[in-house]
Design a protein around this ligand. Sequence first.
Ligand code: BG6
Length: 480
Amino acid sequence: MVFFGGSGDLVTRKLLPSLYQCHKNNLLVGQGGIHCLGLEDYSQTEFVNFAREKARQFISGGEWDDAVWASFSRWLAYDRLDATQPEGYGVLQERLSRTLAEVNVFYLSTASFLFAPICENLARAGLIGANARVVLEKPMGHDLASSNAIAEAVSRYFLENQIYRIDHYLGKESVQNLIALRFGNTLFEPLWRREWIRNVQITIAEEVGIGTRSGFYDQAGALRDMVQNHLLQLLCFVAMEPPSSLKSSAVRDEKLKVLESLVEFSREDVYAKTVRGQYRPGISGGQPVGGYLEENDIPADSKTETFVAIKAEIANWRWAGVPFYLRTGKRMPERLAEIVINFRDVPHPIFPMTNGNTAHARLEIRLQPDEYIRLYFNAKPPGDTMELQQVYLDLNFAEKFKIRRPEGGYERLLLDVIRGNQALFVRQDEQEQAWRWVEPILNTWAADSTGPKTYTAGTWGPSAASALLSKDGFCWHEEE
Ligand code: BG6
């Protein structure tokens, strides 16, 4: 496995720790090597020490084992490489000379404008064997045209069945559990449609700000960073029809149909159905924090959004008229990813409720930080009362399955690349369709000089995000 961007944040914080976990759980077998390529001038020992320090920070205490790291690190190699310079690839030819006939995975953890030159240089160096695979990190490009141009360039060197477009949310246990819940049970299927569901809310909230990624983030913004990929993929898993099998093509065909059924936004729709926000100073994690414009290297007049809320609709028989509210932001009150399915009210309420409201049933699928599924419904408390109370059935995965649950998503996906299973990766037509859907939003925002609304760091975004739902007679579920 070869990591371009091999000394970067993603590789050292997430990917190497994930491979360490796979190794610790005896999931990496046979021979192989992990080659990290980067611009820094590390010696082999310096790199291994650096990778160790990083891994220690990001692997929780109980999971760390010096001996396991020592045996894992024997696989690690580091070389300095400017990926744009073809002559540098000789070093890789030497490293891979023994394994060219085997599965070689090229993981491009770099900005996407480097994907084409890297593939071209790999091809020139004769490194793309029949068993080569390439993993592409998101976001691919910055709009539909640039994404297509990159896709076209990569496809000159790799076939679609060799290309793994990674979206780490699909590797999360809880997302796969959503497929199990929907398609491994008959219970929910009859209810999983417009007749019974009033709205769906999908939230990925982060407590952190943009950290040290200002260069990337100010160019990208939350729509490209989170909505075009993670949120739309989650929406696909909620909304897709049952696939005929778990084969990659069957799953991806169904996801594509959802993306194709998303109602396109006109300019007016963008104003009516989207909200963009940018955090101003506030309190986060009990500490005062600066606003987005005070972050290092962010231009004082930046209009980049750090928060997005969107009302999406799906034009098909199952979902027509059911709003899917999508929301993501930095500097929210807590780190939380969840899908909430709100069921309709009973047609004719006959019970009084203790809080004076009729409560509708809802299914909460919490993806992180905890992983649980809770089904809320009404029950009668003991005593001479018919005032109902809302209660829930709770499936907490950590309590139920007392075995280690891989965190983050990368472990599963790295193993899937090695095994050649593409079901949890994004196909080019999905990628394209997702860009096509977000593009009118990007364009309308770019042409609108008013910029994002501000929100105080540590809150749930601008008030317009609440208004987006209240216009429809709904509210975000934490506001209920
Ligand atoms: C990444 C985004 O794809 O996902 C980051 O680029 C974001 O901005 C991250 O912080 C969130 O992932 P997770 O798994 O920590 O929720």
